[in-house]
Write a protein that binds this ligand. Structure first.
Ligand SMILES: [Fe+2]
Length: 360
């Protein structure tokens, strides 16, 4: 680790410590591999020196592996399409932050069509429903938590509404509801949003106010009532254990039910400031075990059956330490596919003690 002047930063350096502005706003998280855009961002915040790991080590490590040995995910992350998508989603996250800030302080009108337009471009760029999860699963360590998360949830809600074969208007509402669901977080103290350790009970209570604060912000605005419901209800669960109103079953808006599933999946599979990302198969298993009580059964089953299929041909690591490729999905145990490790076929539905611990 060394202290480097911002003027001497180059793409490839790895950030050693979380970087904050003078007023304590998080700029980049520890472990970020700097690219030109990150460096421009650090300079824009008038920072002088930051701690980084030596660039050479990272570059050499990357070049050690011949192309033919790269996994599906590694090849994807090296592809031009992914690099372009990553750049565009990051640019749009920054624009969204600015737009949310202006909407929250009433200096900009809430124009749903204009706000969601970039989501449709990103969706097409990712290759539609077939490619969007490939992209999102490889973008799991970004620090623009709220805004990147909003874009992810919007893209996932759009895909899920499409998988559910809902009418075009509902797909558009799910896309907008997903984008705006956490707008109330603009009205929560940034120390809580940027906190790098788990929230205390009191802080969780304050954080939960984002749904009501968001709803208060939009309730008088001329936008569809389903979008308002997504902002208010995206943490409601069908068994009544959600918040803020402890609604049950059909009391929960049907578009919001889609955003809820998209939100939980993205939240759990993304890296957070206070924890690493959770393996998608662990999340899928949790959904399989308790999902039918908490979420709309049609929504959750459609989501799970489609999402596991996006992992076919991916290389995964098992709890035994072996790595292999997913070759077959078990329709009755979605989180327990058949994995080909070398010449061995491991059917996880029959070897229940073994689980997938990471997509590599
Ligand atoms: Fe939320």
């Amino acid at each position: 680790m060394k202290l480097v002047s911002v003027d001497k930063l180059e793409p490839g350096f790895v950030v050693s410590e979380n970087i904050y502005t003078v007023d304590d706003r998080l700029v980049l998280t520890k472990g970020t591999v700097l690219d030109d855009k990150d460096i421009a961002r650090i300079k824009a915040y008038s920072l002088y020196n930051i701690f980084v790991e030596d660039k050479k080590k990272v570059v050499e490590k990357k070049e050690e592996k011949p192309l033919s040995e790269l996994s599906y995910a590694e090849k994807l992350r090296n592809s031009e399409g992914f690099i372009r998508f990553k750049q565009h989603i990051e640019e749009n996250a920054e624009k969204l932050e600015e737009a949310f800030r202006m909407i929250a302080n009433d200096s900009m009108q809430l124009d749903v069509e204009k706000l969601t337009e970039p989501v449709y471009h990103l969706f097409v760029e990712a290759g539609g429903t077939a490619g969007i999860f490939d992209m999102l699963h490889n973008l799991r360590d970004n620090s623009d938590a709220v805004y990147m998360h909003s874009l992810n949830v919007s893209l996932i809600s759009n895909t899920l509404a499409t998988w559910l074969r809902l009418p075009e208007e509902d797909v558009r509402l799910a896309t907008a509801g997903g984008l705006l669901h956490d707008i109330g977080k603009m009205l929560i103290p940034s120390e809580l949003i940027n906190k790098t350790t788990p929230l205390t009970e009191y802080e969780q209570k304050v954080m939960r106010e984002h749904v009501v604060k968001g709803y208060e912000l939009v309730k008088g605005k001329d936008i569809d009532s389903h979008i308002k419901s997504c902002i208010l209800m995206h943490h409601e669960l069908r068994d009544g254990s959600g918040y803020p109103l402890h609604l049950k079953n059909e009391q929960i808006d049907h578009i919001s039910s889609i955003v809820t599933v998209a939100n939980v999946y993205d939240e759990m599979t993304s890296k957070r400031l206070y924890r690493n990302s959770i393996c998608p198969f662990t999340v899928i298993e949790q959904f399989e075990n308790s999902g039918l009580q908490k979420y709309d059964p049609n929504v959750i089953m459609t989501f799970l059956t489609n999402i596991v299929n996006t992992f076919i041909a991916n290389r995964v690591m098992l709890s035994t330490g072996q790595t292999g490729e997913i070759i077959f999905i078990n329709p009755t145990y979605l989180s327990k596919p058949v994995v080909k490790c070398g010449n061995e076929y491991v059917d996880l539905s029959k070897k229940r003690a073994i689980s997938i611990v990471a997509v590599v």
